[in-house]
Design a binder for this molecule. Sequence first.
Ligand code: PMP
Length: 429
Amino acid sequence: MPAYAELAHEALESTRDALTREYESFKAKGLALNMARGKPSRAQLDLSMPMLTCIVDVDDCTAEDGTDCRNYGVLDGIPEAKRLMAVMLDDDAEHVVVFGNSSLNIMYDTMARCWMFGTLGHMPWCKLDEVKWLCPCPGYDRHFGVTEAFGIKMIPVAMNEDGPDMDEVERLVAEDASIKGIWCVPKYSNPSGATYSDEVVRRLAGMPCAADDFRIFWDNAYGIHHLSDDATQQDQLLDIRRACDGAGNPDRCFKFASTSKVTFPGAGISAMAASSANIADMKAHMSPQIIGHDKLNQLRHVKFLHDGKGLAEHMAKHAAILRPKFELVDRKLSEGLSDIGGCTWSKPRGGYFVSFNAPAGCAKRIVELAKDAGVTMTGAGATWPYKQDPADSNIRIAPSLPPVEELDAALDVFVCCVKLAYAEKLLQD
Ligand code: PMP
């Protein structure tokens, strides 16, 4: 089969008609499948059940420093939880604060603190005429939701295979003091799966910024979420805080992570790492807000996961469940779409997503077709600020939740929808 773009008009019409028949037969099946959100599957959630059933008993609610975890207190986390989260954040325990069940919540609160109080003595951002933010695209829709909620103007920058387009980032931050920060998912990025190169990390840490209070929101949500337990098949990431320190910008970054996709989304623990000055500033603002987060959950996590080795062993079990799903996505897309041309997709070594680029102008139609045939995808445009993908091309595929057989069926529908939307588009043009 030649690429669709090379087909003569009649051949394209008959291809479209055959695809429409295939599509209608999928529709008649009344499917209800979901590839929309990056949720762990039931089998993955089951991996962490011992944490709820046999980890912390009544005689054992005391942290290593003698804190009774059942009671109030400890704003920044029990020491053993700080050490555990330091592994996830690739930092030292003294730079870590442990929070509640959601890192997105910490990102929102961190933004809110900068907004209301400023950071390290700088003017609160709410007092400025305009605040802008760099958004590597495709990116994570909930990040964009946070900046949008504050009325911060989002500027898309291209996300390449080694991180954001740094020539563009450096140019923008050097000339515009109203650009106060950048969203980064530096490892196994959501959705492309890309990991920032050492050079990109160093350039982010060292670039001259017109804004003295420029902040990198470094969301290392997938830092330990490899798809293989073979170290040669895992991406490595340079640490941003030490890079910032070395470049003379020690306060430039806030790092975030959580165990949402290690243990239980919504019932894990989250944490942040930053410079000593940033941590002191943040704790001063936190103390009127909260007495302390859930220390029993911190204790449960430490007793279940122990340390870096325990984390790696646990993540290898997740990988064994996830890897066949990612392999299936790549195989189905290759078999179904390689010949027709116009489509590309990522082949991540970790994380939760595959980033699919449809022929320009087709993404919305594909997602609509899939929905009508009972397959829910992340909304087209969601990977861009304000949900506006200028090329109407990018679709995030989230293969983790459905069991393999359901994923297989959903991908058949998706492939058919891509082909049909592309054929229709070429016939319109
Ligand atoms: N950051 C990224 C990049 C994510 O993909 C997700 C979950 N989809 C989150 C943060 C949410 O994390 P949490 O559950 O800790 O709020």
